[in-house]
Design a protein around this ligand. Structure first.
Ligand code: ZN
Length: 145
């Protein structure tokens, strides 16, 4: 059994934003040289998610809009009123970002078969920024033989 862990640094520009990280994950999988196994792709953040979907630009806009429709930034969040009012860490009010992240999730796993990540033809891996643009870390953990 082999494993390799790599942390990708991802710069985001705005929230919500779908950042395609597929090529970086494929590169890590190639370097690891696994024939069979899986890759776990994990966001180390409570306001940035990992999801698999299609990289069609209009669809990405639809999905960004959907996130705002389902969990609007303008709702009344206790997190904004209390946690951010009391903390001095400079974090902007982001109750909606945490709630959107809860719906999407922190990780995806992708099977590796015969040395390749088994994506379908339209599948891409995204870091989904749900707060404002900033530096993010994504852990790619590869396990197999
Ligand atoms: Zn917060």
């Amino acid at each position: 059994m082999k494993f390799l862990s790599r942390t990708l640094e991802v710069k985001t520009e705005r929230g919500p934003q779908f950042v395609d990280i597929t090529d970086h994950v494929e590169e890590a999988a190639r370097e690891c040289g696994l024939l069979n196994g899986f890759a776990v792709v994990f966001s180390k953040h409570t306001t940035a998610a990992i999801r698999i979907n299609e990289a069609e630009p209009h669809l990405l806009r639809d999905m960004e809009q959907m996130l705002g429709d389902v969990v609007p930034a303008g709702n009344d969040y206790a997190h904004n009123k209390y946690a951010h009012a009391l903390s001095n860490n400079g974090e902007r009010p982001n109750g909606h970002s945490h709630c959107q992240q809860l719906l999407l999730g922190a990780s995806e796993s992708v099977p590796i078969v015969n040395g390749r990540l088994t994506f379908g033809p339209w599948q891409r891996l995204f870091l989904v920024e749900l707060d404002h643009g900033r530096d993010r870390e994504v852990v790619v953990h590869l396990v197999g033989e």
